[in-house]
Design a protein around this ligand. Structure first.
Ligand code: SF4
Ligand code: SF4
Length: 97
């Protein structure tokens, strides 16, 4: 029987498809819309990659040692990554302008 989705490592997931960016979407720094930003706590992170998987803006990227961080140029601050993180390793904090 298959394991629940949250028990797979990111590299164990089957690729469905890869959609390449088209047009000029990368030129729009949608992070300017944000009022809160996610902060990762790697002391709690289990490196499950669910934040990377669920981010609707592909703003989560892998850093050293298979941890993850956020590209603030494109993060809109929706909080989905923090909501989906099973380890409570992401905190949404107010932006300072
Ligand atoms: S921050 Fe949370 S969701 Fe992201 S890899 Fe770490 S434990 Fe998983
Ligand atoms: S707050 Fe939203 S847009 Fe920003 S990294 Fe998390 S899921 Fe992606």
């Amino acid at each position: 029987m298959a394991k629940p989705m949250d028990q797979y490592k990111w590299h164990e997931l089957n690729l469905g498809c890869v959609i390449e960016d088209v047009g000029n979407a990368q030129e729009y720094k949608t992070g300017d819309w944000r009022s809160q930003k996610p902060v990762h706590d790697n002391t709690k992170c289990t490196r499950c990659a669910l934040c990377w998987l669920f981010c609707p803006d592909s703003a989560v990227f892998e850093i050293e040692d298979e941890y993850f961080d956020t590209n603030l140029d494109y993060c809109k601050g929706c909080g989905i990554c923090a909501k989906e993180c099973p380890a409570d390793a992401i905190t949404m904090v107010e932006e300072e302008r």
